[in-house]
Design a protein around this ligand. Structure first.
Ligand SMILES: Cc1cc2nc3c(=O)[nH]c(=O)nc-3n(C[C@H](O)[C@H](O)[C@H](O)COP(=O)(O)O)c2cc1C
Ligand code: SF4
Length: 476
């Protein structure tokens, strides 16, 4: 498999030539416009409020909370960076567990009575940092991402999975050590979990957030429920049953809060789990079950957006106005979720030019936006575009293929990107994320996440040596 690094494509012309030679479809605007009336600078109206521009900061956890789920200085620094980015939509900040057994790691943030004040102060720090750098924060919208990690829960020990699943899955069960049905959450347990999500939303409202994201992506509990075709009972089988969890949470939040808005981060398509094949290049793992992928087709590595589209229609019916799109899972098919040239060291080499992964997410969102023009769609997976992110992002928004451009990894290495682009300031090439994946490899090794290669703050930290040693061991 050979394809050029994006950094080796010296200008927009060679980037576009590469796209066309490789038959990769992505829109591209040669000239990036600046200012409040530019495609990326223009505001957006939702829930009777204004979002000041078309950049969105995607949720990214740092594995750096305290053991009881409060933020640390590292968490606060990340949220301040979100504030100084200039992006006017902050989608969730990071995944925050609604209760202890739903934590993806023992340092994940958790929202409860005891932590509410500290989580509120995270939001306040973001807002005050934003106000130090920009005139106005009235057009800044901040949500909190609520989660239960389900199959990927590791609440007590970063090395010990304690999965709670929706249904059995041959390949994924093997990976997280599910050996019998005792890991399956009962219907009663799911009902209690719905109450926990509602209670968390009440606290998020008290903490000042404008919306909560009821997370349905990346193989975590909400997402796995959508694919729960083999699950019997009230939460499995039919589309109606598989969406009951979301519907009940939304109804409960509406009843229990004053005016809390609700969004959903959704993996709009999924593939079967991948594993390293010959030369460590990723292949669909033999024995996988394509029918258990939400938004996947029968091949296991293709999209079928019929059910995701139906779900978005349902979301509109229950008052949801914003969907933050993503795909697959960082655990079992990261190449479709966060396209990278250098994959996380415990994974597989990309089975395709990572630009194909970017283009797939862009195309899926375009299709859904066409079908549901009133829904606000935030796109993800743009970081791999590197120096051409603004050109493609502007083209996507200007053509109405998505409403807002989500930034994940890029904001860890280059937080000021939105302000630089909209303000017409110099492009800081040295800060551009080159998808080294250290921010993903580090937490897989129990080390706090951060941009170790490019962020001077993390470059200096002692964890950098630990990470280097872990990578050397994994690459043997
Ligand atoms: C270190 C790290 C942590 C992440 N944590 C979360 C999270 O808490 N919640 C979530 O929905 N997505 C999470 N993501 C996924 C990102 O939000 C985003 O979808 C992904 O990185 C692809 O976007 P990008 O190409 O701009 O990086 C995380 C990604 C990274 C790299
Ligand atoms: S560690 Fe830094 S350069 Fe590497 S993928 Fe993460 S943000 Fe990008």
């Amino acid at each position: 498999m050979s394809y050029p690094r994006v950094a080796s494509l010296k200008n927009g012309e060679s980037f576009c030539r590469h796209l066309s030679d490789s038959s990769i479809e992505l829109p591209f605007d040669e000239e990036v416009q600046t200012g409040a009336e530019s495609p990326l600078g223009r505001s957006l109206e939702v829930h009777g409020r204004t979002i000041g521009n078309r950049f969105c900061i995607l949720p990214m956890e740092g594995w750096d909370g305290t053991s009881d789920g409060k933020p640390t200085d590292l968490t606060r620094r990340r949220w301040r960076n979100f504030g100084l980015s200039g992006a006017k939509l902050i989608w969730g900040g990071e995944a925050v567990a609604v209760r202890r057994d739903g934590r993806a790691n023992p340092n994940q943030l958790m929202i409860n009575e005891g932590n509410c004040g500290e989580i509120a102060s995270l939001r306040e720090e973001l807002v005050s940092t934003h106000e130090e750098h920009f005139d106005d924060s009235s057009d800044l919208m901040i949500g909190l991402q609520l989660t239960h990690s389900g199959r990927y829960a590791r609440p007590n020990d970063k090395k010990r999975p304690e999965p709670r699943v929706v249904q059995r899955n041959v390949v994924l069960d093997r990976r997280v050590g599910v050996e019998d049905d005792s890991a399956i959450l009962t219907d009663d347990e799911l009902s209690r979990l719905i109450d926990d999500f509602i209670a968390a939303a009440v606290l998020a409202e008290r903490a000042g957030f404008t919306f909560v994201d009821v997370k349905h992506c990346h193989g975590y509990l909400g997402h796995e429920l959508l694919a729960g075709v083999d699950r019997p009972g009230r939460f499995g089988g039919s589309f109606e049953n598989r969406t009951r969890f979301l519907r009940d949470i939304v109804a409960g939040i509406k009843a229990a809060t004053n005016e809390m808005n609700i969004g959903v981060r959704l993996s709009v398509f999924d593939f079967v789990p991948y594993c390293p094949g010959e030369d460590r290049i990723g292949i669909a793992e033999p024995g996988s079950e394509p029918r258990k992928t939400f938004g996947g087709n029968s091949t296991g590595d293709g999209m079928d957006l019929a059910e995701p589209s139906r779900l978005i229609e349902l979301m509109q019916e229950i008052g949801i106005r914003m969907v933050c799109t993503t795909a697959g899972s960082p655990y079992y098919n990261p190449h479709i979720q966060r396209p990278a040239f250098f994959p996380p060291s415990d994974g597989y080499q990309p089975p395709e030019d990572p630009l194909v992964g970017v283009s797939r997410q862009v195309a899926a969102v375009e299709q859904l936006k066409k079908q549901h023009p009133e829904m606000i769609f935030i796109g993800s997976g743009y970081t791999y575009l590197q120096d051409y992110l603004p050109n493609v992002g502007q083209a996507v928004v200007a053509r109405g293929m998505a409403d807002s451009i989500g930034l994940g990894r890029m904001v860890l290495s280059y937080p000021e990107l939105p302000a630089d682009v909209i303000g017409g300031r110099d492009w800081q090439r040295k800060k551009v994320c080159r998808t080294f994946s250290d921010c993903t490899t580090a937490p897989r090794e129990g080390i706090v996440s951060g941009c170790y290669p490019l962020d001077p703050f993390y470059k200096k930290r002692e964890e950098r040596d630990l990470l280097k040693a872990a990578k050397a061991r994994l690459q043997k």
